[in-house]
Design a protein. Structure first.
Length: 206
């Protein structure tokens, strides 16, 4: 138990050196003090809080890596957000893109990256079961690959010829990427998804 706690403290301390977050410093100090006093429950809780801060700092780095534009759509930086997940470990990273002064029917996109998502195992099992995946393929839902990663693409629009509401789900290591695009073709959605730095994101969040 002691080597594990020391290792976690070391990782968190490295994050402090680069981010210099006061909250992170506070939780680390509490964890060290509690551990030295043999208050293991308090030390464990403080470490959990410190790891949440690390996840949020990591999420902010991911936002800096995301493209500012997707063709005619520009990122709405005011909507950028990273927040701790409710009920489980990790954080959610959020960004939106849209057409400036866009009217009804304009393209828009939304990206959510949920670290340690409880849906990861279910989606991964589905994508890695060829028989089940093949049976579920249709005009509105199919399994595809994006940058070498298996993914699930669905069109939740009114119908295949009407306004599109595409949702692409990609399991990346311990994170679930959900990319939604409105009023776009399937080819456009895949093109936009290919512009996301998925490999760099995977390295950062794993």
């Amino acid at each position: 138990m002691k080597p594990l706690i020391i290792a976690i403290l070391f990782i968190c301390s490295a994050a402090v050196a680069t981010a210099q977050q006061q909250d992170l410093n506070k939780y680390l100090a509490t964890a060290k003090t509690s551990y030295s006093s043999n208050k293991l429950e308090d030390a464990h809780f403080a470490l959990q809080q410190a790891m949440v801060e690390v996840d949020i700092l990591t999420g902010k780095k991911v936002l800096l890596m995301l493209p500012a534009t997707l063709d005619s759509m520009s990122a709405n930086m005011k909507s950028d957000n990273v927040y701790a997940n409710s009920g489980f470990i990790g954080a959610t990273i959020h960004r939106e893109w849209g057409v400036p002064n866009g009217q009804q029917g304009s393209q828009s996109a939304q990206l959510d990256i949920i670290n340690n998502s409880p849906l990861i195992s279910t989606l991964s099992a589905f994508l890695n079961a060829p028989i089940i995946g093949g049976m579920m393929n249709s005009e509105k839902s199919k399994s595809i690959k994006v940058q070498g990663y298996k993914a699930r693409l669905t069109n939740d629009g009114e119908n295949t010829s009407g306004p599109s509401v595409y949702e692409l789900q990609i399991p990346l290591s311990t994170a679930l990427v959900t990319f939604k695009v409105n009023n776009a073709t399937q080819d456009q959605v895949i093109k936009y998804a290919n512009s996301l730095p998925l490999q760099q994101i995977t390295k950062l969040i794993q």
